[in-house]
Design a protein around this ligand. Structure first.
Ligand code: PLP
Length: 361
């Protein structure tokens, strides 16, 4: 007899992050985790350096300055914001607080892997709903969520790893189709990159009722994945629940300071979005010109579809030969695809060169 975790823990496939090394290759270009193309904002680097001198102090457990800065930026009530050690932490707490043994959690087939991991951790059963054209099937999700044991529905818009966007009216239709006692988690990790008019990252839905939470992150456009800062916006009741269960000092002081500074960086988002639009457009045009299928993206990555797993594997090898690391999609049940982050101009050009040569080879 030895110590054993709860049985549901043993059903979890450990999360495998984007690779970062290729044996024998010196210069690595990492395009596997959707980290912003420009690295951290200069003001954030400064703030982290400053914070080092105060590293002996515990952080502000309420993340007050950060919540105020987020509230001011997006026009939200800071009292309805909670910060997390990345939005991943909040996903886990939501699953543990609202799910658990005997309950079910609904997500779409190609939804973000962390939902599956966190739901199983909590002991919930995960119901995955098939997608059409790499888009969540809203009717299918509503039907799957009708069961009495369902407590949480997760949806990402635009979605990772597919990059596709659903109209916000479809997300509203999903909410309207769920029971009032089902929590909708709307993960808007890539909201800043969306150019579609009328897009609602979640504020409207959250304000309309008390059973939806919007999740956001500093890990993508703000270039702070290594600092681990995410946040949620929801009803006071949901925020209070998360405040009860999160660690009292869950976001490091340097991370809070970095995030505040990132929000204050003049023109950062506009510059990032303009770059992303330009180079995503160029990469997509070049790949399509070479006869390679790319799913439409409203994010800082593209899902490239090679039609067959062997072909995707060969493309991955061709990219690796040039030091380019992208994300293989076998873990997402999309082995025929590779997910490629939009990096700097030079990195994008390297992707174009490698894949056009591959297609013509
Ligand atoms: C990257 C990502 C997150 C991220 O979060 P952290 O804040 O770094 O934990 C959450 N959801 C989705 C869909 C993502 O792609």
């Amino acid at each position: 007899m030895t110590v054993q975790p709860r049985p549901s823990i043993l059903t979890i496939e450990p999360y495998v992050g984007g690779e970062s090394k290729i044996p024998g290759v010196n210069r690595i270009i990492k395009l596997s985790s959707n980290e912003g193309a420009f690295g951290p904002p200069p003001k954030a680097i400064e703030a982290i350096t400053q914070a080092a001198r105060e590293a002996h102090r515990y952080p502000d457990g309420g993340a007050t300055a950060l919540r105020n800065a987020i509230g001011a930026k997006y026009g939200l009530d800071p009292a309805r914001i909670v910060c997390g050690n990345g939005s991943d932490e909040l996903i886990s707490h939501l699953c543990l607080a609202y799910g658990g043994e005997g309950t079910e959690v609904v997500m779409s087939a190609y939804g973000f892997m962390m939902y599956d991991i966190a739901a199983r951790y909590a002991g919930s059963r995960v119901l995955k709903v098939a997608e059409h054209d790499m888009k969540a099937d809203i009717d299918g999700m509503i039907a799957a969520a009708a069961g009495p044991r369902v407590r949480i529905v997760f949806i990402t818009n635009p979605n990772n790893p597919t990059g596709t966007l659903l109209p916000s009216s479809e997300i509203a239709r999903l909410r309207a189709g769920l029971r009032d006692d089902v929590l909708l988690v709307l993960d808007s990790a890539y909201a800043e990159y969306v150019t579609e008019p009328g897009y609602d990252a979640g504020e409207k839905l959250v304000n309309a009722a008390g059973n939806t939470i919007m999740l956001r992150t500093f890990s993508k456009i703000f270039g702070l994945g290594g600092m681990r800062v995410g946040w949620g916006y929801a009803s006071p009741e949901i925020i209070e629940t998360l405040n009860r269960v999160r660690g009292p000092f869950n976001v490091a002081a340097a991370s809070q300071a970095a995030a505040v500074a990132a929000l204050a960086e003049e023109g950062w988002e506009a510059k990032s979005v303009a770059h992303n639009n330009e180079w995503r457009g160029k990469v997509v045009a070049a790949l399509e010109g070479a006869g390679i299928k790319v799913w439409p993206s409203q994010t800082n990555f593209i899902l490239v579809d090679f039609g067959a797993p062997e072909r995707a594997k060969a493309a991955d090898a061709a990219l690796k030969q040039r030091g380019l690391i992208v994300r293989a999609m076998g873990g997402y049940a999309l082995p025929q695809c590779l997910r490629i982050t939009i990096g700097t101009a030079e990195e994008c050009q390297m992707v174009i060169d490698a894949l056009t040569a591959f297609a013509n080879g």
